[in-house]
Design a protein around this ligand. Structure first.
Ligand code: LLP
Length: 429
């Protein structure tokens, strides 16, 4: 709420009482700080709701060696969407049979790697991918488990760029016109592919549970057709990720336990005996594990008051470390960690340092009065799709990332240097 101190529940508990100034001096700013205890706690909450073999962490939300190791230690599976993400899994010795390979346009190399390295599941997105996969699997004499990704034609009440379950999507096979059924038949009748089940991801940052109530019955109906027309049961249904995070104090609380019950109930209601035994349900959360576990720490560089217009508070990062406000109009909160309990009467706009008017971090921020150059400013809930979508726009080095466990900092990604930024330049004569 504007004017009041930051809602403490938006900040991961292990990031409230640390010495932000010391961390900023040691690691520099902008800086991503993750509460590692909270990361583990959220992984465990998912595992206790769904079971260890049913939770697949979506690496796209935030992935580095340390995160992949943490995910392995907590016993989750890992969703990789590219060869690059798969490479992280390999680099840390992530058990590859616990890796799920995704992608609407997997390259031949990505498919080959997936098959050869023995990833646990490959989620198929198109008929031509199935053809290529079949050829590869036959040539290598390896029989990958393949899930068929389905678009159930439901709307998920989220930003259109991150809505993926409608008919008009670049992902997966539509259930209409028997397309998804044909894809299942293609896998089942293949001599080199094993049919693993159905996959469906309807979108991301979903703040209501009812879209899954509509998606699950579509899958259940498809499963009945699979049984009656293809003659095999659907033993596994992966319902993707999508549970939202609470970014601003007005956002609704979204509990993993409520989400789990909603999925279980939807399945119990719609899975009729003709579809065979109830399948194992897997989920693929990214944001709802990592988003609440981090804050980004910035240093205020300048405060500009425009009489009669408003106040701009400019920090030393911006759209290069958090493109979400620019891309999706995403809202965030801001606070000064040294004055966490102070009222925030100053309505202002927190902006970055990029050469772009749209370089906004918090369009409608509330901050304590007297914020000034040199202050540390934090934005909570930046653990997902911030670092992973960071760029070098304006040749900005990507920030460092620090994990805190019991208050002890551990650098997991160092800040990029000027040398890092020029390493791709080919120097001519
Ligand atoms: N599984 C699949 C197949 C996905 O495509 C995604 C996200 C997930 C799981 C994880 O979804 P989550 O639980 O994190 O919502 N850059 C956007 C989000 C893009 C999501 C892409 N796919 C953002 O910053 O909001």
């Amino acid at each position: 709420m504007s004017g009041e101190p930051i809602d403490r529940s938006l900040v991961a508990p292990g990031l409230l009482t640390i010495d932000h100034e010391a961390l900023a001096r040691r690691f520099g700013t902008p800086l991503f700080l993750y509460d590692e205890d909270e990361l583990r706690e959220r992984c465990r909450r998912y595992v206790s709701e769904f079971g260890a073999d049913s939770v697949v962490y979506a690496g796209k939300a935030f992935l580095c060696d340390a995160m992949a190791r943490l995910v392995a230690e907590e016993g989750l599976h890992l969703d990789v969407a590219t060869g690059g993400e798969l490479q992280v899994a390999r680099a840390v010795g992530f058990p590859l049979d616990r890796v799920v390979l995704h992608g609407n346009n997997k390259s031949d190399q990505e498919l080959r790697d997936g098959v050869e390295f023995g990833v646990g599941r490959i989620v198929a997105d198109s008929f031509d991918e199935l053809d290529r996969l079949e050829e590869l699997a036959a040539a290598l004499d390896i029989h990958p488990k393949v899930l068929v990704r389905v678009t159930p034609g439901v709307e998920a009440h989220t930003h259109q760029y991150i809505e993926t379950g409608t008919e008009d999507s670049k992902f997966g096979f539509t259930v209409s016109e028997g397309v998804a059924l044909a894809a299942v038949r293609r896998v089942v009748t293949s001599s080199s592919l094993r049919f693993g089940g159905l996959h469906c991801h309807i979108g991301s940052q979903i703040q209501r549970l009812d879209p899954w109530d509509r998606a699950v019955p579509v899958l259940a109906a498809l499963a009945r057709e699979v049984v009656s027309q293809v003659g095999v049961p659907v033993t596994e249904v992966n319902l993707g990720g999508g549970l939202g995070a609470r970014y601003v104090s007005d956002d609704p609380p979204l509990r993993i336990s409520d989400y789990a019950s909603a999925l279980r109930d939807a399945l119990a209601r719609s899975w009729s005996p003709e579809a065979g035994d109830r399948p194992a349900v897997l989920v693929e959360p990214g944001r709802s594990i990592v988003a609440p576990c981090a804050i980004t720490l910035y240093r205020v560089g300048t405060v500009k008051e425009i009489p009669g217009v408003g106040t701009y508070v400019a920090v030393d990062g911006g759209m290069s470390d958090n493109p979400r406000p620019v891309l999706y109009g995403a809202g965030y909160e801001a606070y000064l960690p040294s004055r966490v309990d102070d009222d925030r009467p100053l309505r202002c706009r927190v902006v970055g340092k990029h050469c772009e008017q749209g370089d906004v971090i918090v369009a409608d921020a509330s901050l304590p009065a007297g914020v000034r150059r040199g202050d540390l400013l934090a934005t909570p809930t930046t653990g997902a799709y911030g670092y992973s979508m960071a760029s070098n726009y304006n040749r900005m080095p990507r920030p460092a990332v620090v994990f805190l466990r019991d208050g002890e900092p551990r650098l997991v990604l160092r800040r990029e240097t000027a040398e890092d930024l020029s390493r791709l330049d080919v120097v001519g004569d």
